[in-house]
Design a protein around this ligand. Structure first.
Ligand SMILES: NC(=O)c1ccc[n+]([C@@H]2O[C@H](COP(=O)([O-])OP(=O)(O)OC[C@H]3O[C@@H](n4cnc5c(N)ncnc54)[C@H](OP(=O)(O)O)[C@@H]3O)[C@@H](O)[C@H]2O)c1
Length: 337
């Protein structure tokens, strides 16, 4: 955490006794680099000091070394621990990987940074839908050949229906941007939700039918057992030829082999993908080579505001904890998101 954010946290919530020792933390290489420099190591004395600090805190800002095994260790070593704020929006997956008992999950509350990446990912979603609508790969292919191609009609966002799968912070931000540009936006939710800009809400059970009506689909869902390959071969079989697909939630939500087939036969006309089933994307994945795909290396969320937004969320939640009010973004310890 940058020093100015440490100062911000203690100024904004003076009841926090913030203990930070930058010498014990891997330096950040870029904004939002919560793993820090992999070349960083601690001496045995530094490691002992680090664990002593971690094991004496009531609250942790981040999972120690972003390593679920270290989270398990400190939950068991530190009976005072009552709240851990994870840096990732999908921090539920790390909590799941820690394999904590239900008594431990009851004792310590976990929260995520969902929301800190919503605006940038919504912009990437917009970029993907527009790049598909305006035939970016075709334009680039013609340009590479210096070819003044015969004119063709491009799609227009304000005439399109976009299906946003998942209406959490990313989904809602995406709905706001697409609807502001005139698209008809349909969203999926398991609940009765009221989201400004949405034309309709459909249940995820009706995903294939909703996909069949869409010109573009944006997947924003977290990776859980329940969302695993929810964008299935059946959903991709239902789409109309040329449908645009954007994936910014988790790659495990998509049946990637079925997506490759749909891209090859034109059911999906264009895809902009920031997340993949396996990351880094294996070098033999056909997605690298397909001309109608833009591959982003899980980087579309990173932005200069991220660390400040996470610190603001932490301050808000710290106030809530100290005042005995419910925290925001609490990890669901059944589905872990
Ligand atoms: N590309 C990146 O770098 C990047 C950055 C940030 C986040 N992410 C990923 O994006 C995910 C979503 O982020 P967010 O900020 O939008 O999270 P969020 O605000 O927690 O929203 C998650 C949404 O997913 C829905 N959901 C969860 N399980 C579901 C299921 N089985 N069926 C249908 N809907 C389900 C939830 O619906 P309910 O309202 O019914 O609970 C909720 O609306 C994160 O978990 C993370 O994995 C990726």
């Amino acid at each position: 955490m940058p020093d100015e954010l440490c100062e911000y946290i203690t100024r904004a919530e003076p009841r926090i006794d913030l203990v930070v020792d930058q010498d014990l933390l891997p330096p950040m290489r870029f904004p939002g680099d919560h793993d820090g420099d992999p070349a960083f190591t601690r001496s045995p004395e530094q490691q002992a000091r680090f664990e002593e600090l971690v094991d004496s805190a009531d609250v942790l800002y981040g999972i120690p070394d972003t390593n679920p095994a270290d989270l398990t260790r400190t939950v068991r070593a530190n009976p005072r621990l009552r709240w851990v704020h994870t840096m990732a929006a999908g921090g539920g997956g790390q909590v799941k990987a820690a394999g904590l008992t239900s008594a431990e999950l009851d004792r310590v509350v976990f929260s995520t940074s969902a929301g800190a990446h919503a605006a940038t990912l919504a912009e990437f979603a917009l970029f993907g839908v527009l790049a598909g609508a305006k035939d970016l790969p075709k334009l680039q292919a013609h340009q590479a050949r210096k070819e003044w191609a015969p004119r063709w009609a491009m799609r227009q966002l304000s005439e399109m229906t976009v299906l946003v799968v998942g209406l959490g912070s990313i989904g809602r931000a995406t709905v706001a941007k697409l609807s502001a540009l005139g698209a008809k936006v349909v969203g999926t939710s398991r609940r009765d939700v009221d989201v400004p800009g949405l034309s309709a809400v459909v249940h995820p059970d009706d995903l294939a039918a909703a996909a069949a009506e869409a010109d573009a689909i944006v997947s924003t869902l977290p990776g859980t057992d329940a969302t695993h390959q929810m964008i299935s071969a059946d959903v991709l079989a239902a789409v109309r030829p040329g449908t645009i697909f954007v994936s910014v939630g988790r790659g495990t939500v998509v049946d990637e082999q079925a997506l490759v087939s749909a891209l090859e036969d034109g059911r999906i006309g264009f895809a902009a993908l920031d997340v993949f089933y396996t990351e880094p994307l294996p070098s033999d994945s056909p997605l690298w080579q397909l001309p109608n795909v833009v591959v982003a290396p899980h980087t579309a969320a990173l932005n200069d505001a991220e660390d400040r937004l996470i610190a603001e969320l932490f301050v808000e939640n710290a106030g809530r904890l100290l005042d005995g009010r419910p925290l925001l973004n609490v990890v669901d310890t059944v589905e872990f998101y």
